[in-house]
Ligand binder design. Structure first.
Ligand SMILES: [Zn+2]
Length: 155
């Protein structure tokens, strides 16, 4: 994953590290603690400008996650009868426990998220963020600031 370290245009103070493609919902305007100038925070997306991204309410990634989890657990079961001369027995057990627990954790995590999406609970959580965003962008001076700082409205 590519990342960029952002510094303040005005005073050069380190502000944040942005991982490409990773966006949270919130205000995209930050304020430099060092010089008090406002800056564009690429880590944030104003959710009400373009609405919720489809991928945020898609169960597909979670179904794939569950499949991976099942695969890991199955692999674990399969490997339990496998004898490896290169590895001591305790090492073998630790590896199996690790893979098994990881698989179960992935299944639980993904199932939980998938259920939240299917029952509409996830959308409710977003709605609160949308409401906050709507309040911000109703303010024309805020929108002007976003434009001036170069916010990507198509993103
Ligand atoms: Zn600054």
């Amino acid at each position: 994953m590519q990342y960029i370290k952002y510094k303040c245009n005005n005073c050069g103070k380190y502000l944040y590290t942005y991982y490409e493609g990773v966006k949270k919902y919130g205000t995209a305007i930050g304020r430099c603690k060092n010089c008090d100038r406002e800056y564009l925070d690429l880590r944030y997306r104003e959710i009400d400008i373009k609405g919720i991204q489809k991928k945020d309410l898609s169960v597909l990634p979670y179904l794939i996650g569950i499949a991976f989890g099942v695969l890991a657990v199955w692999r674990c079961y399969y490997l339990s009868s496998w004898e490896d001369m290169e590895m001591p027995k305790w090492g073998h057990y630790i590896m199996l426990i690790f893979i098994g627990l990881l698989g179960v954790a992935i299944i639980v995590f993904c199932t939980w998220d998938a259920i939240e999406i299917l029952t509409g609970k996830k959308k409710e959580k977003y709605e609160k963020k949308i409401e906050e965003s709507r309040r911000r962008i109703r303010d024309e001076s805020y929108m002007e600031k976003l434009k001036k700082l170069g916010y990507d409205f198509d993103d």
